[in-house]
Ligand binder design. Structure first.
Ligand code: NAD
Length: 362
């Protein structure tokens, strides 16, 4: 069966790593109709916006997209395209597996847990008020009056909404994901001791959802403790269900535990579609240099194959990537012990090596 997939190469290093991932995906034998759509810097130049409506329309139609990273222009008035895309398509769950591959610079070789990050709420909702604007001054006066607490008048404000309905669906998703992927436990991550009406709500709702899923173990951890526990006792954790900000931060912690951002994939899932992308950003200083690791977007492609129920191809592709990592010959600088290692290869050579492994394993 052919799959229609929207391909958003993004900007910065996006086009070269997506090109590498597409070559490997096609070498699995699965057939794709790629609907290539520009977003980010290239789209600003052509359409005056980094996220044109026709890009969203393409993803809505195909329901599946592979996406490269997109730079957030600083000080231009554009908010993060990545956050906007998740909100526009209501991709409410971001699944980020943290899995150690043999030969990578792992903290331990048996790491295997999954971060399920809520993707639409929390302090990332974009409810921000700039310091010194009339709206911000008005809110400071109102809030100070309501709470009888002083807010410094030279403050900016960001609002953190966490809802019952938003929490219910992400925690339900975490339990469903655990069950489907034969995982034993869900841990809710929060800071309910400090933020009682947002994180406290998240925890209370998570406990209610857990009661309806007695076949999967449930526990909770305060986010700072969670970070320490993950480094000291990672085997005790399985599926971590996090509000948006903590999920973002723990994703980079997880990436650091398995050898860096070059190996950290992700899947944004919603009721009407799914967008697969690496955890890392557009690494603009390396753009066009054939330098960075394409494996995070390749592994995101593996997640996409699983989503498309192309399980054999997904396993073959993951196995081929794992063998290239284990052999350690055709890997980029970030997987080498020393950054300046002259034996590091470039982005496209990694794709060549993974394709060769795929063919050898076929
Ligand atoms: P980044 O992830 O782009 O890069 C940080 C550093 O990590 C790089 O300088 C590089 O040393 C390393 N790195 C990243 N990806 C790598 C790879 N594939 N192989 C090897 N090394 C890699 O983070 P940043 O510099 O904070 O962000 C750059 C831009 O990307 C910003 O505009 C940011 O908003 C955007 N961003 C986009 C996404 C997304 O599209 N989903 C995610 C995060 C950041």
């Amino acid at each position: 069966m052919r799959h229609a997939v929207t391909l958003v190469p993004g900007d910065g290093v996006g086009p070269e790593i997506c090109d590498a991932a597409v070559r490997v995906l096609e070498a699995t034998g699965v057939e794709f109709d790629w609907d290539v759509q520009q977003a980010g810097q290239a789209a600003i130049a052509e359409f005056g916006t980094p996220l044109p409506e026709h890009v969203l329309a393409s993803i809505r139609k195909n329901k599946v997209a592979l996406k490269g990273p997109i730079t957030t222009p600083i000080g231009s008035g554009f908010r993060s395209v990545n956050v906007a895309l998740r909100q526009e398509l209501d991709l409410y769950a971001l699944v980020r597996p943290v899995k150690a591959y043999k030969g990578a610079r792992n903290l331990r070789d048996d790491l295997d847990f999954v971060i399920v990050r809520e993707n639409t709420e929390d302090i990332y909702a974009g409810l921000e008020f700039e310091r010194g604007t009339p709206d911000c001054d008005h809110l400071i006066t109102e809030i100070s009056g309501l709470l009888k607490k002083k807010i410094r008048p030279d403050s900016g404000l960001s609002i953190k909404p966490i809802s019952v309905s938003g929490t219910e669906r992400i925690v339900r998703f975490a339990f469903d994901y655990a069950r489907k992927n034969k995982r034993r436990k869900v841990t809710a991550v929060h800071k309910a001791n400090i933020m009682k009406h947002t994180d406290g709500l998240f925890l209370a709702v998570a406990r209610q959802v857990a009661e309806k899923n007695p076949d999967i173990e449930f526990e909770d951890r305060i986010v700072d403790n969670m970070c320490m526990q993950l480094v000291l006792r990672p085997k005790e954790y399985d599926v971590l269900c996090c509000p948006n900000l903590y999920g973002d931060i723990i994703s980079d912690l997880g990436a650091g535990m398995i050898g860096g951002l070059g190996l950290a994939p992700g899947a944004n899932i919603g009721t009407n579609g799914a967008v697969f992308e690496a955890t890392h950003g557009s690494a603009p200083k390396y753009a066009g240099q054939n330098k960075v690791n394409p494996m995070a977007v390749m592994l995101s492609g593996v997640l996409m194959l699983r989503h498309l129920e192309e399980v054999a191809a997904a396993n073959a592709m993951e196995g081929a990537i794992a063998r290239v990592i284990a052999l350690g010959e055709n890997v980029t600088y970030d997987l080498k012990e020393k950054r300046g290692d002259p034996t590091a290869v470039g982005t496209s050579q990694v794709a060549d090596a993974v394709v060769a492994q795929l063919k050898a394993g076929a």
